[in-house]
Design a protein around this ligand. Structure first.
Ligand SMILES: Cc1cc2nc3c(=O)[nH]c(=O)nc-3n(C[C@H](O)[C@H](O)[C@H](O)COP(=O)(O)OP(=O)(O)OC[C@H]3O[C@@H](n4cnc5c(N)ncnc54)[C@H](O)[C@@H]3O)c2cc1C
Length: 473
């Protein structure tokens, strides 16, 4: 173990990574000061996991779940950091400072079920180690005086100095918690570069006036992130116009239509203007890493545990029992939330009477609304029209929504993108472009999925950067 130095370390940001960095630096004997822009530290930490704080994930250590805007570097950096401060070490650290940890599968939580326990324990440990905690201090400038070899840390009315700085000012996600993105400018002032930044772990905006019918519903579903139809049409305008290309087994747009960028099972939360929930959050992160402007759709299977044939058979039994009074909405409501069933009935484009007595017919799909592309619904009197049960089954399994956007940084849990990870040493998080500068947490181009991975990254990177800053390694 290297000997700890006696240095002045300044930590910018009193969030998860900054608090871990301050504790680590102080444990290594550095005279440590933490600067936090808000009147209180850890504002974001307090709202994590709906106030329960999913503080780590047992699988964080393999690094592979992490991604960056800039290729595979992020996963490699995460693996290097977790090799030095693993998920087990994170748990041991918290147990040591008074936070008992409980596992729910791979997800780790404080046993108290309260994020406030985690914050209180970190602050108590920082105080025990005599870390100077300065709140309501937003850092505006960061430059190193080459003659003295010290960092000058400017606020609105004062300049502080330090031997080493840990920049742990977070990202642009949830700016009301204090992480307003100002840390990127500080990093750039020190010579760093920042990738494209996108909100991640957030909901999708869906522009469909009829969606209000489903608003407030929560449903289990399988969701897929797939290319938008615009992309399919762009890829093959002739096919989009109806022409069948000769001599080709599959067209470009068919290939695109079969592409699934990502798939998740989980609960969906339906709102007037969009769809969210953890499964959608995970997809939004994948979307954030796709090239800017990629047209995307959200494909929803509301009954993933049954095949379309099984579902149709089950619905036919119900329809037969209900007789001619059977409504599409009633059938759908047997398998999903009543509000979503109402929405489905509305977009099916076919009033109940059109389906009367058509239960024995079955037919090829007929295109309906743009919002439900690939979904069939046709009046009963149309020869070969699908029966009510098969229409319900198709709708329940093949809803498809063009994604108009995301809920943005205000409602994002994390930011995809950040400072290029090639600009830090993977074993210490020391800057490669500025002396005695260390970077930790979400400000770096490393992001993980929901499930405790982002806090795990904040603790591990913060602890590593803080102890390295104190030791000047
Ligand atoms: C609603 C929500 C729920 C979440 N739930 C979970 C979860 O359960 N599990 C999980 O793993 N992750 C979760 N996350 C993500 C996780 O909270 C973040 O990844 C993590 O907090 C990032 O830590 P950080 O220290 O890098 O940044 P932050 O926690 O954002 O801290 C940065 C701090 O720096 C301060 N600051 C910024 N600029 C300056 C400046 N110029 N001068 C001084 N101070 C400055 C800010 O005020 C802030 O306090 C959630 C996020 C949100 C928004």
């Amino acid at each position: 173990m290297m000997e700890c130095g006696k240095r002045q370390v300044a930590v910018i940001g009193g969030g998860a990574s900054g608090l871990a960095a301050a504790v680590a630096a102080a444990r290594c004997g550095a005279e440590t000061t933490l600067y936090e822009a808000m009147t209180r530290p850890g504002r974001k930490l307090l709202i994590t996991g709906n106030g329960r704080c999913n503080l780590c994930n047992k699988r964080a250590g393999d690094g592979g779940v992490y991604a960056g805007m800039n290729g595979t570097d992020a996963a490699e950096l995460a693996a290097s950091v977790f090799a030095r401060f693993s998920a087990d070490k994170i748990c041991a650290f918290f147990e040591e400072i008074g936070v008992a940890v409980r596992a729910e599968g791979d997800l780790l939580y404080p046993r108290s079920g309260q994020a406030s326990t985690v914050l209180a324990a970190l602050l108590k440990e920082a105080e025990r180690l005599h870390v100077k905690l300065k709140y309501n201090v937003r850092i505006r400038s960061l430059r190193r005086d080459e003659s003295s070899g010290r960092w000058e840390i400017g606020t609105d009315g004062w300049t502080y100095t330090a031997d080493a700085v840990v920049l742990a000012s977070g990202s642009k996600a949830a700016p009301e918690t204090g992480s307003d993105g100002s840390g990127y400018a500080l990093a750039e002032e020190a010579g760093h570069h920042v990738t494209r930044l996108e909100p991640a772990l957030t909901g999708f905006i869906i522009e469909d006036p009829q969606l209000r019918l489903a608003s407030g519903a929560r449903t289990k579903a399988r969701v897929r992130l797939v290319p938008g139809l615009a992309e399919a049409a762009d890829a093959d305008p002739a096919e989009a116009a109806g022409a069948v290309p000769a001599g080709r087994g599959r067209t470009v747009s068919e290939e695109i239509r079969e592409t699934v960028y990502a798939e998740e099972d989980g609960e969906l939360q339906w709102a007037d203007d969009g769809i969210s929930g953890i499964a959608v959050f995970q997809l939004s992160r994948i979307a954030a890493h796709l090239p800017e402007g990629t047209p995307l759709r959200l494909a929803i299977d509301l009954v993933p545990d049954l095949t379309e044939e099984e579902l149709t058979a089950s619905l036919r039994l119900m329809a037969a029992h209900m007789g001619e009074d059977a409504q599409l909405r009633q059938l759908c409501a047997a398998f999903t939330h009543e509000r979503v069933a109402r929405y489905i009935e509305e977009i099916s484009g076919a009033p109940d009477k059109m389906f009367a007595a058509s239960d024995k017919t079955s037919a090829a799909p007929v295109e309906t609304t743009g919002l439900s592309a690939g979904i069939s619904a046709a009046p009963a009197e149309t020869p070969g029209a699908p029966d009510k049960a098969s229409t319900a089954a198709r709708l329940l399994k093949h809803l498809s929504f063009p994604i108009a956007g995301t809920r943005g940084f205000d409602r994002a849990q994390t930011t995809a993108g950040g400072i290029f990870v090639s600009e830090v040493e993977p074993d210490t998080l020391r800057s490669r472009v500025a002396e005695d500068l260390y970077l930790a947490g979400e400000i770096l181009d490393v992001d993980g999925p929901c499930g405790g991975f982002n806090l795990a990254w904040a603790w591990a990177s913060g602890y590593l950067a803080g102890s390295a800053a104190a030791r000047s390694i």
